[in-house]
Write a protein that binds this ligand. Structure first.
Ligand SMILES: CC(C)(COP(=O)(O)OP(=O)(O)OC[C@H]1O[C@@H](n2cnc3c(N)ncnc32)[C@H](O)[C@@H]1OP(=O)(O)O)[C@@H](O)C(=O)NCCC(=O)NCCS
Length: 190
């Protein structure tokens, strides 16, 4: 089988500029790999991350074929009763045929450049424990033993994911100090 002649190229899009064909490939991947986000009232969800989180998509594609993707969202989190604006990469994915070629690591490196320039309070991400070293490669720090508590007051549960952080703004240190003794509280997993 010959290699495709279309080169794999980087692109970045605001959410409302993401070409529909690429959006569908992100959505289909999410629907299959993370079905819990597409259940019940969200069965017909058409957004990759809720538009209120102002997603910025960074991706590699060969023409209209998606190779690898992530999006950077902005969310409000709470630690010890204090609110912080956090920027976070999410929907991090590489289609199976292109895995272990470094595509996602390249996107992670680009994402942190953008996150480090952000005016938010802190960089955060959550992931399964075995992927913590993968994000550690581009400077994310594992917040060891910090529980991530999800859901509205009185109906919370503890996420199985681990938390990684990145100091970016003047309030990062304040948030990181509080995280030493308090869980991260979020309304929903993103
Ligand atoms: C995780 C994922 C995005 C990596 O994409 P990729 O383009 O293959 O990543 P890279 O080639 O840049 O880096 C590969 C590295 O990822 C890490 N990695 C990937 N899958 C892993 C797994 N299941 N467990 C542990 N580490 C893993 C390894 O460190 C690997 O490095 P190695 O090849 O030197 O062993 C891809 O495997 C994927 O789409 N997985 C399913 C969706 C997912 O889990 N996304 C992350 C959500 S937080």
């Amino acid at each position: 089988m010959a290699e495709a002649s279309v080169p794999i190229e980087f692109a970045e899009y605001a959410d409302d500029e993401l070409p529909e064909l690429l959006r569908v490939q992100v959505l289909d991947f999410q629907r299959i790999v993370w079905p819990e986000g597409f259940a019940g009232a969200n069965r017909f969800r058409t957004w990759t991350s809720h538009p209120s989180t102002a997603p910025i998509h960074q991706l590699y594609a060969a023409g209209s074929q998606l190779v690898s993707h992530l999006e950077i969202v902005t969310v409000t989190v709470t630690v010890d009763g204090h609110e912080y604006r956090a920027v976070s990469p999410t929907a991090v994915l590489t289609y199976p045929a292109f895995r272990r070629e470094g595509w996602s690591t390249r996107l992670n490196a680009r994402a942190v450049q953008r996150i480090d320039r952000s005016t938010a309070d802190i960089g955060l991400l959550t992931c399964s424990p075995e992927l913590a070293p993968f994000y550690g490669r581009v400077g994310w720090t594992l917040a060891r033993d910090v529980p991530v508590i999800v859901g509205p007051e009185g109906r919370t549960w503890q996420s199985e994911d681990v938390l990684l952080t990145r100091a970016i703004g003047s309030r990062s240190r304040d948030a990181l100090e509080r995280l030493q003794d308090h869980p991260l509280r979020i309304q929903e997993e993103w």
